[in-house]
Structure formats: C-alpha cells, structure tokens
Design a protein around this ligand. Structure first.
Ligand code: NAD
Length: 323
C-alpha cells in the first residue's frame, strides 16, 4: 500500500487488530487508538514489539491528538456486538457521534483519507432483500438496537457532511456479519456463542424458530474488502460481506457438526427488532473494487472452531495452573 502512516481507531478490537496486522505486514506505520472498552491489547500482543506500531490508550469521545503526518484514518472504534452495545448504550451513541466527529477532525487536520466502518445494521429489519446500497433501511429509532443503528446512521451522515462541507476525502463501508479467530467467546454474537456451546457440549441457544437469516463473511475477506476501499478513491457507501445466506438454525447445526458435538438445540426468545433477513448485494464491490469473498463458510468456520478449541483449552489449562 502506498499509504505510510495509518491511524486505526478501535485497533485493539476484533476487526481493528486484523487491519493493524495487515497494514504492518505491508510496511505501513500504524497508530492504534483504543480505550479497551470491548477490545484488548492482547489482540495486538504478537505485534507490540514492532517499532512501526504505536498503541495509544485513548477515548475517541474526548480530546484526540496525533503528532506528525497521517495519510489514512480507519475509524473502527465502537462496540459492535449486540450484547456489548446494549450493555454500553450511551458509550455506543457517543463513539458513533462524538468519536466520529473527532476522527473526522483528525483526518481534516492531517489532510488524510478517512474510512468509516459502518454496518449492515443501518438497513435495520430490511424491507428490501438482498440489501443494496441504495436502500434507506427500516430502523426503529427508539428500539433497543437504535443505540448502535442510529449512531452508525448519524456517523454516515456526518462523514458525508465532512466530505461536502470540508472536502475531506471520505469513504463509507457497510460491513456485514464478519467472523473469525480472536472473537471473544462470550461477546454474545451468534458464531462465538454456538462454537463455545458446541465445544463445551452445552445446549446451543438459537433465538426464535431459527428461520431468520444472516450472511457471514470470514475476517480475511472483510479486511481485503476494507483495504480495497481505502486504496480506491471511492466514496461509497459500499457493502462488504458474503452473499451466501444461512438460517440461524442451519448455522447452529453446521457449527455443531463441524465441532463434532452432540449438543442439543435450545430455542430461546428472539431479541426485540431482530432483523428477519440479512444478505448483501455485493455487485458494487465486485464491479468497482474488483472484490469478492473467497473463503466459503465451511473452511472459515473450521478455522474459527480450531482457534476457539485451542483458546478455550488454553483457558482451562491456565485456570488449572492458578488453582
Ligand atoms: P470490537 O468490539 O471487537 O472492536 C471495537 C473496538 O473499539 C474495541 O477495541 C473497543 O475497545 C474500541 N472502542 C469502543 N469505544 C471506543 C472509544 N470511545 N474510544 C476508543 N476506542 C473505543 O468490534 P469489531 O467487531 O471489531 O467491530 C469494529 C468496527 O467494525 C465497529 O465500528 C463495528 O461497528 C464495525 N462492524 C463490525 C462488524 C462485524 O461483524 N465484526 C459488522 C459491521 C460493522
């Protein structure tokens, strides 16, 4: 990548840590800014010795300063799992609004390109399927999920205003459900939950009757799409996700089979305003970025389950040692 100095907000989180890793491997200097609300320096520990990585503990909703030049700001700071943002509703609204304002201010000050990590959740419980970038969404502004959905919708609006009024070179990616190693086993998202329950032989908790759908994208593919967008001159918004659609029950059964588990399925209440369907139309990403996901669900889930098995085993062993 021709960019030399990149700020990654939320760089100690799941997606942010992969972005830092990938940028460092391409020779960039990376400044990661994170308050560790839902991320951890542990996600970057294998990179921390490198002189080209700087990890700054800071809350994006407060004063933000980075000395020297910056070529690119990747704005990823925000709780992302429903369990996290429902536990931190005000923090989520603040980082989506004030945090985005400060990240955009930084890009403006440094004359840097700015990329906003937006989300498929801006489409809400969609009335159009699959979701194209032209769809405006169906979000309940006072529902529990609105703290995340509306924060991201506001962030998209603010990003567009900075482009139009301040001539900041901005880009918006709408990321669909992404999974892979380094997700937290208890982050409340479906894939880590199903894997943890399968590996522990516990009942797999599927919400509703499990007929609601999601489209899951392996992290390497998502990172590739994000960086393709960052390198392009495009404004977006552009969908980044895997269009292969699965029912939640089908996903739970697939994970159980791959984990070699005999866990029973337990149906539990469906969360309020949970989207019934989710699938990206990725024709824009294919045509304009030449990007398409490459990792199929079976291989991505296998890699993720293997990582969780090692991770959960490691936890058990360290718990045994500390006894
Ligand atoms: P994550 O929770 O693992 O990472 C978010 C990071 O942001 C964490 O390290 C957290 O500590 C940090 N953060 C939160 N508030 C902050 C603040 N005020 N100041 C500084 N840092 C703060 O989540 P993730 O899955 O890696 O998601 C990263 C981004 O991508 C989010 O903006 C999310 O909305 C977006 N996204 C992710 C997905 C997905 O499937 N993972 C899908 C759509 C959009």
């Amino acid at each position: 990548m021709s960019t030399q100095r990149v700020v990654v907000t939320g760089g100690a989180g799941f997606l942010g840590s992969y972005l830092c890793e990938r940028l460092l491997s391409e020779g960039a200097e990376v400044i990661c800014m994170d308050n560790f609300l839902t991320g951890s320096p542990r996600n970057l520990e294998h990179l921390l010795g490198r002189s080209s990585l700087r990890l700054i503990e800071c809350d994006l909703t407060g004063f933000v300063h980075v000395p020297g030049e910056v070529d690119l700001v990747l704005h990823f700071a925000s709780a992302a799992s429903p369990a996290d943002y429902l536990r931190h509703p005000i923090e989520t609204l603040k980082v989506g609004s004030l945090g985005t304002l400060h990240a955009l201010g930084l890009a403006k000050e440094k004359d840097a390109r700015f990329l906003l990590a937006s989300t498929s959740e801006v489409y809400g419980d969609p009335l159009e399927h699959p979701q194209r970038e032209t769809y405006w969404g169906n979000v309940n502004p006072v529902g529990p999920r609105s703290v995340y959905d509306e924060a991201k919708r506001f962030a998209e609006s603010l990003t567009t205003a900075y482009r139009n009024s301040h001539r900041v070179d901005t880009a918006i990616v709408r990321i669909f459900n992404t999974y892979g190693p380094r997700m937290r086993p208890h982050d409340g998202r479906a894939i880590p939950t199903f894997i943890r329950q399968s590996l522990h032989g516990e009942p797999i908790t599927v919400t509703g009757d499990g007929s609601q759908t999601r489209s899951i994208c392996y992290v390497d593919d998502t990172v590739e799409g994000i960086l393709a967008m960052a390198r392009s001159g495009l404004q977006g918004p552009i969908n980044i996700g895997n269009p292969t659609e699965l029912t939640m029950l089908g996903l739970a059964e697939k994970i159980r089979d791959l984990a070699g588990s005999s866990s029973p399925i337990r149906f539990i209440d469906r969360p309020v305003d949970d989207p019934a369907v989710r699938r990206p139309d990725t024709s824009q990403a294919a045509e304009r970025l030449g990007w398409q996901p490459r990792v199929d669900a079976l291989s991505g889930l296998r890699r993720t389950i293997d990582w969780f098995a090692r991770e959960l085993q490691g936890h058990r062993e360290s718990a045994d040692v500390s006894l």
